[in-house]
Write a protein that binds this ligand. Sequence first.
Ligand SMILES: Nc1cc(CSc2ncc[nH]2)c2nc(N)[nH]c(=O)c2c1
Length: 370
Amino acid sequence: MMPFPFEISATEGRARTGVLKTARGDIRTPAFMPVGTAATVKAMTVDQVKATGADIILGNTYHLMLRPGPERMERLGGLHKFMGWDKPILTDSGGFQVMSLAGISKVKEEAVTFSSHIDGSKHVLTPERSIEIQADRIGADISMQLDQCVSWPAERDAAQKAMELSIRWGARSKARFGEREHQALFGIQQGSTFEDLRRQSSDQLQEIGFDGYAIGGLAVGEGHQAMCEVLDYAPEMLPADRPRYLMGVGKPIDLVEAVWRGVDMFDCVLPTRAGRHGQAWTWDGPLNLKNARFAEDQNPLDPAIDGPSSQYSKAYLHHLIRADEILGKVLLSWHNIAFYQALTAAMRAAISEGRFEQFRRDFHARHTSN
Ligand SMILES: Nc1cc(CSc2ncc[nH]2)c2nc(N)[nH]c(=O)c2c1
């Protein structure tokens, strides 16, 4: 039985809008999930995150298993209670972060072994241990299978081996997860930029059977154009009646183009990471607030974006970022998350009203003009 009903309320071409109903609340799709790597969306309180309209945030098995540790997390009542976020949480399975963050790491059939980037301690991650950490210790509403994502560009042979290993790990993840009423498990499609490998991955994931399906292996350096070429076929290889989650994506233009091609859910560190470094996303494109041209610009950052962080003058934000003030990081992270939520809300409305094609044209014209 499927724990989380996914109700699509409107479609326009390949684009869909709907609601994923979970035990901790509804997720309106297309949805952007702010990343809360180490039990915090960096530089934001949970009330600020909630105020942006976010329905769900991400957690990270890799970071949380190193600190505070899975068993301590469980003793503290799980991640929701620990951080005071009572809406849904999706956790990534940890393999991707091991490859990008850990010290020495080794990938074998049985497990991924690695040394902590924090203190060098040795760790083992199997599909079963990842599921135990996500679903039973952290208490994630949506867990991700353990997978192996190859970097780009990838040799076909390497991409095939990683895709096949990910399928076997998906089956092990599912076996350990079992059937749960109030939690969901997503599979992850791999296959790099090879259409036949992505087809094999999708077919085998569906044989195993998941509550939702992620498109992995993108946003790994291939660039917007190559990503869109894969998205021209990859989303529709996955079941139409289940959520499709594009991992690690992306810039605003990436979200618009991926929704156009049938993607429902997104996560990316960009809005918070770029915000901490002075980049603000607006309907007219990105602004680098460190730039001297903003030193005396008394206009608000983006009056169209709801919330206090967007009403401050560019001059003030310029000053805060130049002075490396904590408040600058807070306000720009908050604004950027609010912008991403406004963008997904606008896309949901446009699809519901059958005007998403026009929305997409207008967005390109306005957002990529400057
Ligand atoms: N680009 C990209 C990003 C992420 C991290 S998503 C994330 N985790 C925590 C925050 N955000 C991926 N994660 C997995 N498991 N597999 C992938 O193929 C993959 C690809």
